[in-house]
Design a protein around this ligand. Structure first.
Ligand code: CP
Ligand code: NVA
Length: 320
């Protein structure tokens, strides 16, 4: 697969609700196109395939990276983005999701939604004719994992054969890594505390389809042994604030620190989707150290969002 020179692919699905709706070729082409859009932007070349198009961004949770990268991405592609906090819409006064979706679908060319339940996202997608993109749910964060794969491809030349490790909470990021590993044939090892593992259905699928490639550990040191990539994320995701104290106590052993890096490969790269809670899931020493690639990773959100936007707003199977 040539990741370096690509045009947007035609994707089969209208929406990007979960990465499992994409096949390997579609993921590789999204990465390839993101890499070429990044090169174009660095060279100062204009590229405006979304002229005249408007993206609606309906967010029920806070965001820095996802919001800004989609908004700026839309502008750079010649289109327009409209941010809507659900608090400021009639959703806050009980208008139904179904009616909101039907109405927004008449104005917009695509939507990014950040919400709690995956079911809510799916309801929006069902009642709109326009592409709906998952900007994070409690279950999944596919756009994050697509841009993380782009970063791995840039840094390592590809993703195949690498030992990719995830240490910490079995949350939306962990779930999306498992899904991507199922589609792409990645070697993935996860270490999460008992009772804080990834989604049961996703784990069962991994255990039945790829038990040798996708492995689950209690011990973070066992999982991180010979790692090429170590990923982590917050111990307290948005919406879980009530359980914060208990979580902080339970997760102490799962911190990404220099002792954990010592069992990985010498050139291990450390990834974090951000926001980081320094001193909790990752130490300053690691986050600011030579192994961390977290800010390149954050930058690539922009380039991958542009690839996703061009692909889904122009090349996806739309139902108008
Ligand atoms: N990684 C990520 O999704 O960051 P935001 O919550 O800032 O969008
Ligand atoms: N797991 C985190 C990711 C934030 C980008 C959360 O859902 O809050």
């Amino acid at each position: 697969m040539n990741f370096w020179a690509n045009t947007p692919c035609d994707v089969m699905e209208k929406d990007l609700l979960r990465s499992t709706s994409l096949n390997k070729q579609e993921i590789d082409e999204l990465i390839g196109h993101a890499v070429s859009l990044k090169a174009k932007q660095k060279a100062g070349e204009d590229h405006h395939p979304l002229q005249g198009k408007t993206l609606g961004m309906l967010f029920e949770k806070p965001s820095t990276r996802t919001r800004v990268s989609f908004e700026i991405g839309m502008v750079q592609l010649g289109g327009h983005a409209l941010y809507m906090s659900s608090r400021d819409t009639q959703l806050s006064r009980s208008e139904s999701i179904e009616d909101t979706a039907r109405v927004l679908s008449r104005y917009l060319d695509g939507m990014v939604i950040r919400t709690f339940s995956q079911k809510t996202l799916e309801t929006y997608a069902h009642y709109t004719a326009i592409p709906v993109i998952n900007g994070l749910t409690d279950l999944l964060h596919p756009c994050q994992i697509l841009s993380d794969l782009m970063t791995i491809v840039e840094k390592k030349g590809g993703y195949q054969g690498l030992n990719i490790v995830y240490v910490g909470d079995g949350n939306n990021i962990a779930n999306s890594w498992i899904n991507a590993s199922l589609t792409l044939g990645l070697n993935l090892r996860l270490a999460c505390p008992q009772g804080y593992g990834p989604d049961r259905t996703i784990v069962e699928k991994a255990q039945s389809e790829a038990p040798a490639r996708i492995q689950f550990f209690d011990d973070p040191f066992e999982a991180a042994h010979s790692a090429d990539i170590i990923n982590t994320d917050t111990w307290v995701s948005m919406g879980q604030e009530d359980g914060r104290e208990e979580r902080i106590k339970t997760f102490q052993r799962y911190q990404v620190n220099s002792s954990l890096l010592a069992v990985a490969k010498q050139d291990v790269m450390v990834m974090h989707c951000l926001p980081a809670h320094r001193g909790e899931e990752i130490t300053d020493e690691v986050a600011d150290g030579k192994h961390a690639i977290i800010f390149d990773q954050a930058e690539n959100r922009l380039h991958m969002q542009k690839s996703i936007l061009e692909t889904f707003l122009v090349h996806s199977r739309q139902e108008h």
